[in-house]
Design a protein around this ligand. Structure first.
Ligand SMILES: *Cc1c(COP(=O)(O)O)cnc(C)c1O
Length: 393
């Protein structure tokens, strides 16, 4: 596949031309059940009528004005996000990593604003992922992300995920914040214990640190709550979201309490495209659906069903699936064979999934799936596992 596109991705040789709900249709007209959702992005499936109408309506009126002017859609979406979260202030971006980095800047500014500019370092966890800018790869510090891109941006210290003693020991007078994903996504679908997240809150308060949750993958209903940290009953000071909030339109947001955002005054941060009227129309339309009474309860029900069915599969095919883990509709199959082969076999049988670290196959179906889609996905998984076992025998 020779192409003028920079070859930074290991792409599968398939292209899609149409989508409908949880299904994608390739250029040969073949149908696939999309349980990858473009990596947790198309949370309401493809071509959701309410999202299509919102985007088409906005496209006919106004695309872009810049942040030199008020953008009513931003004010509305920010108010709604604040009303349904711990946050008071929202900054809109075009991508996940921009939203994440806005949070890092906000954290440094917060301490500077309070006369503590020496507090500028953020503690992250091993296996975390925050995007691909120079700061984000320095924060995650995975070999694959950083190799050849040195020297690394300074200001990040790393401890083991889930280890509170290591975290406490890593805190210095320069520490400003702790940043974790409530469920490690790229890192292999590893949920944090509720107790760990609660302890992070306690430690942050004890040392005057800001607590920063990266909910770019876990947020906007993915785990059956609007935000995954709600399961633990703790609130962060700062949170970034993206992926699902745009339903496929590039959109991210950094949310913070009024206190944490104290230093983010006029002129301190900005973006040309972030929060433009098109993105805001879609973001508000996504919230219309996700906030409908009963929507998240249904996600939780479907998640429970899928989880039980996957556990059954793992029990009957232990030589292929070693473990099922995750939260809500963010599930990982830890494979006993190479995950890339399982993903290719599933794709050949019409089921799309995504890889993750730790030899995991990630299932990130759209939040609108029903029992039939669970049945269909499980039947394909069952067939692929059985064929693998036959080959091995
Ligand atoms: C995807 C992701 C990012 C990066 O988002 P981009 O839109 O690719 O920049 C950051 N953090 C987490 C947890 C993610 O899943």
């Amino acid at each position: 596949m020779s192409s003028a596109v920079m070859p930074t991705y290991a792409r599968a040789d398939v292209a899609f031309e149409r989508g409908e709900g949880p299904y994608l249709f390739d250029t040969d007209g073949r149908r696939y059940l999309d349980f990858g959702s473009g990596i947790a992005v198309t949370a309401l499936g493809h071509a959701h009528p309410h999202l299509v109408a919102a985007l088409q309506d906005q496209a006919g009126r106004l695309w872009h004005t810049s942040n030199l002017f008020r953008i009513p859609g931003q004010e509305r979406l920010a108010e709604r996000l604040a009303a349904h979260s711990f946050a008071d202030r929202v900054f809109f971006t075009n991508s996940g990593v921009e939203a994440w980095e806005c949070g890092i800047k906000l954290i440094r500014k917060y301490h500077d604003f309070h006369g503590r500019p020496e507090r500028w370092r953020t503690i992250t966890v091993g296996g975390g992922f925050h995007g691909r800018t120079l700061a984000a790869i320095a924060a995650a510090r995975t070999e694959k992300l950083v190799k050849g891109f040195g020297p690394m941006v300074d200001g990040f210290d790393q401890v083991a995920f889930g280890n509170l003693n290591e975290l406490r020991a890593a805190i210095t007078p320069e520490t400003a914040a702790v940043c974790v994903e409530p469920v490690l996504g790229e890192g292999g679908i590893k949920p944090a214990d509720a107790g760990y997240l609660q302890d992070l809150r306690t430690v942050a308060d004890e040392f005057g640190l800001l607590l920063y949750f990266d909910e770019i993958q876990t947020g906007v209903g993915r785990t059956g709550r609007l935000f995954a940290h709600e399961w633990a009953g703790v609130a962060p000071d700062v949170m970034c979201v993206a992926k699902g909030i745009g339903g496929g339109f590039p959109l991210g947001a950094c949310l913070a309490t009024e206190a944490a955002a104290a230093g983010m005054t006029a002129g301190t941060h900005g973006t040309t495209f972030g929060g433009n009227p098109l993105a805001m129309a879609v973001g508000n339309a996504v919230l219309d659906v996700v906030l409908e009474p009963g929507f998240l309860d249904r996600v939780e029900r479907m998640a429970g069903l899928l989880r039980r069915r996957l556990a059954g599969l793992a029990a009957s095919h232990p030589s292929v699936i070693a473990e099922v883990r995750g939260a809500g509709l963010m599930l990982g199959l830890v494979c006993a064979v190479p995950n890339s082969e399982v993903i290719a076999d599933l794709r050949a049988c019409g089921l799309l999934t995504a890889p993750a670290s730790d030899n995991v196959v990630r299932l990130l179906p759209p939040l609108i799936i029903d029992e039939r889609h669970v049945d269909e996905a499980v039947a394909i998984l069952d067939r692929v596992c059985a064929e693998r076992e036959e080959k091995a025998a």
